[in-house]
Design a protein. Structure first.
Length: 464
């Protein structure tokens, strides 16, 4: 069966050149992901200059909760978008609309629940996430305020995936971009002019997230491809289950990153306390490097998210050759970006670290070494997220979830626990490149297997 047999031949996802579609969908997605990552980078910049190293360490302690917001929003957004596009590819608009509405409802309910839980268990969370005696007060202040923005952040990020799936990647990008601009302007106003300190950075973040959420909400009133009625938003257990199923892969990947960040914070604090650096220098450096690494990773995720509606629609329409073309072109683009990021991280670590405040020479010596070692395998880190999202996009949730577990949980987590016992702080640094290399081998193997299956399916579909 070809795309014409589904009655969807008018949909550009099924007929427009794949390369052009990737540019159309991936570029706005990349910009949106970069802008989303900039929320944390901008705060880190202003806090580093106007609060200092302890403020930067505090944002690192709070970072796992931001990652949990991303995990939830990706589960709802990508899971909802994948179900939406698969059903659109099959010609079932009514079912597609229900998935879009239920995905939005999920972001609202779960976002409100996370905000409430954070308020109730704020101090135990900060201690568990690695706060030291010196950073605890900063962590409580910053996270206590930013938690108000969790429902808006989850709604915006999840909703943006559905806006993109509806064929409006530029508006999806705009929603995030406007919020980030508001955040940046308010950071400067609150911290430089009004001298609000770390509270100013936190409130600037929340206000920016609220603005982005309002834009997404406005778009939902004029969805392009289907009509979103009130019934579409009524929670249905079957829809929530299927959304969670296809959104589990990116969700698990983010949750795994969150768990790794928590373990890493505690490892750096504990073993740093036994070194000449103390616990606060490694904690602060790791926070900056994690967020800089996320800037690169945001580009890769943006490419994979731009790939998702193309792969899902064409897989639903049994256009397997177009599925393969989208996957491999995405990998080619991400590889170029990964190599460029690797070169920057290896050649310019000190100037990058210096953007976030001037500290002692001892601080910079540790940061440079950590930067080069921990992010050494950046040039191969694109395979795992793209392959995981490929499986999600074609409805193979179990394989996608497995791919999401490989680097963070199956490899990096055990290495972070084992290697520092023998090598101290160096063990924490070298755990990442070892895990990255093994995850690359697994992702490459699974990609080759799926490529062979899709080629055979394409031959059968074409009567070969």
């Amino acid at each position: 069966m070809t795309v014409q047999d589904t009655g969807q031949d008018h949909n550009p996802l099924g007929v427009k050149p794949v390369g052009a579609l990737l540019v159309e969908f991936a570029v706005p997605s990349i910009i949106a992901m970069l802008v989303s990552a900039l929320y944390n980078i901008v705060d880190q910049f202003f806090i580093g200059h106007y609060v200092g190293m302890l403020g930067n360490a505090a944002t690192n302690v709070a970072f796992p909760l931001t990652m949990s917001c991303t995990a939830i929003s990706l589960m709802c957004g990508i899971g909802g978008a994948a179900n939406f596009n698969l059903n659109m590819g099959r010609g079932n608009k009514e079912k597609a609309a229900k998935y879009a509405g239920n995905a939005i409802a999920m972001t609202i309910v779960i976002g409100a629940a996370l905000c409430a839980l954070t308020k109730i268990f704020l101090k135990p969370m900060m201690v568990a996430f690695g706060a030291t005696d010196q950073t605890l007060a900063y962590s409580l202040t910053y996270t206590g305020i930013t938690s108000f923005g969790f429902p808006f952040l989850i709604f915006t990020t999840g909703g943006s995936n559905l806006v993109r799936a509806d064929g409006s990647p530029r508006f999806s990008m705009l929603c995030t971009l406007v919020g980030a601009i508001v955040n940046t302007c308010l950071d400067a106003l609150f911290m430089i002019v009004f001298r609000f300190g770390i509270q100013g950075a936190a409130w600037a973040t929340v206000i920016g997230q609220v603005v982005s959420a309002v834009l997404v909400a406005c778009y939902l009133t004029r969805f392009r491809t289907v009509s979103l009625t009130r019934e579409c938003f009524l929670p249905k257990a079957a829809c929530w289950g299927n959304i969670a199923k296809l959104g589990m892969s990116p969700c698990i990947n983010q949750l795994a990153m969150m768990l790794v960040q928590i373990v890493l914070n505690n490892v750096l604090t504990f073993y740093g306390g036994q070194s000449a650096y103390g616990g606060d220098i490694p904690l602060a450096c790791a926070g900056i490097i994690s967020k800089v690494g996320m800037m690169f990773f945001s580009i890769v995720i943006g490419i994979s998210q731009g790939m998702q509606p193309i792969v899902s629609f064409n897989y639903g329409a049994k256009q397997y050759e177009r599925v393969l073309e989208a996957v491999w072109k995405s990998i080619a683009c991400a590889t170029v970006i990964s190599i460029a990021a690797f070169l920057c991280f290896q050649i310019f670590p000190r100037p990058i670290i210096g953007l976030f405040g001037q500290e002692s020479e001892e601080y910079f010596q540790f940061a440079e070494r950590y930067f080069r070692i921990y992010l050494f395998f950046t040039f191969a880190n694109q395979f795992q997220p793209i392959v995981a999202n490929m499986y999600t996009s074609i409805g193979k949730a179990a394989a996608g979830a497995l791919m999401s577990l490989t680097r963070q949980i199956l490899f990096l987590m055990p290495l972070l626990i084992i290697l520092p016992r023998f090598f101290g702080l160096d063990g924490a640094m070298y755990a990442a490149p070892v895990a990255d290399f093994v995850a690359f081998l697994v992702a490459g193997t699974m990609l080759m297997r799926e490529t062979r299956w899709l080629k055979k399916a394409a031959l059968r579909s074409n009567g070969g």
